[in-house]
Ligand binder design. Structure first.
Ligand code: SF4
Length: 119
């Protein structure tokens, strides 16, 4: 039996969750105060995902802050960063503008989180 310890990040309470695993299967989840914590642990142990926040170069100079519009598979974050690092966003940029559509075919757009005027 393998024990995995997680801290639930769904709300500020930060419950300490313990999952018992056997042969890659989840046997039990304890320590969560509510159902959302159980769902978080299930997702974290089977398909961990993260919102990616970073900066991207702007054509003509400068940077724009960006984020993924939805969560991305944790194991694909570095590949996504590789793509973001070679792209340049076109100005003018408004908050929410899609700067990279469907990154790596994962069905998630990268969007601007700040405005950048044209150069
Ligand atoms: S288990 Fe529920 S109460 Fe505890 S941190 Fe997660 S969401 Fe909050």
């Amino acid at each position: 039996m393998e024990t995995k310890n997680l801290t639930c990040i769904v709300c500020p309470l930060g419950c300490a969750i313990t999952a018992q695993m056997q042969g890659g299967e989840i046997v039990s989840i304890t320590g969560n105060t509510c159902k959302r914590g159980e769902n978080y642990a299930l997702a974290e142990l089977t398909d961990p995902r993260r919102t990616l926040t970073t900066t991207m170069r702007v054509k003509g100079g400068g940077l724009v802050s960006v984020k993924s519009k939805d969560t991305l598979p944790k194991g694909k974050l570095l590949d996504c960063m590789t793509v973001i690092n070679v792209w340049e966003a076109q100005t003018p940029i408004q908050i929410g503008d899609v700067v990279i559509k469907d990154i790596l075919g994962l069905g998630v757009d990268i969007v601007a989180t700040c405005r950048v005027k044209g150069v």
